[in-house]
Design a protein around this ligand. Sequence first.
Ligand code: KG4
Ligand code: ZN
Length: 344
Amino acid sequence: MALILGLESSCDETAAALVTSERRILAHKLAGQEAQHAPFGGVVPEIAARAHVEMLTPLVEAALDEAGIALDQVDAIAATAGPGLIGGVMVGLVTGKALAMATGKPLIAVNHLEGHALSPRLADPTLTFPYLLLLVSGGHCQLLLVEDVGTYRRLATTIDDAAGEAFDKTAKLLGLGFPGGPAVERAAAQGDAQAVPLPRPLLGSAEPHFSFAGLKSAVLRARDSGQYRPEDIAASFQQAVVDCLIDRTARALQQAPNATALVVAGGVAANQAVREALEGLAAQHRLRFVAPPLWLCTDNAAMIAWAGAERLAAGLTDDLDVPARARWPLDPMAEKARGAGVKA
Ligand code: KG4
Ligand code: ZN
């Protein structure tokens, strides 16, 4: 059995967790920064980096305390090394390096996306490779065939905005507050999903890529028309996103006939309408549907510790000079999607 300390600081959550290779989560601690970023309607990188500096060490201490573990009982330190906001990534990775150096234990530099990709295996011991993963977060919208630890085939990505980003921008346009996803979901529950005609970008296209920028512009036009209630726009927007996610995922399933399960991860997986629609799609394809518990879907350090446990078991550890990376594609062989923007 190995005990891994995981650190996460790539966006606006600071987190530390202790997880064993036998899937026991001994502690997971998390400090959000919503209140600090809320006045700006989005994550401000400098504010995030400073908050990570202030919060990370106390969270590591709190995790060790809660688990009743001394630092030198840990077998390895896993830290997110990218992709993400570089200031925050550096805070977590440097902290991980310092702890690894102090204890003489191995460092594991974890790709944040790999954390999301493997987190379903922490929650579900019976989930085996390969599985099709829909990773939908604020920074990413990808379909990945997870073939093994360290082997990921990217079947699709977004050519512009990520799905979570579209939720966040829609919330901002409708004045629903930050973070946007949960706010849009709450408003949508009071609205009519058929009320506002909105586009479904790329629906039916041959490659399973995503696009959400046009949807966001259509939300802006609907708002400015003054014809619709915000709740109806929110519900119609959410339905359009669900339709796109389902159509694109169905397309990817055609390219992954050996997948043993359909898995969803990332912050948008917290959305009930998204989960239910994916569950229906999996049932249609007679596939298992796996969605980790909500707290494991959004950013956290348990998924980083778990990815560390999987990598350690595979003999994959890193030198102390491993760099922090703002961009770090999980599948370096994947072709750039046509029209792709700047996202990793
Ligand atoms: O995975 P995550 O915590 O952070 C990264 O982006 O890596 O995902 C955060 C994203 C945000 O865009 C947030 O608005 C979205 O997930 N989100 C949701 C919901 N909860 C969080 N989107 C739709 N519905 C939700 N209930
Ligand atoms: Zn994430």
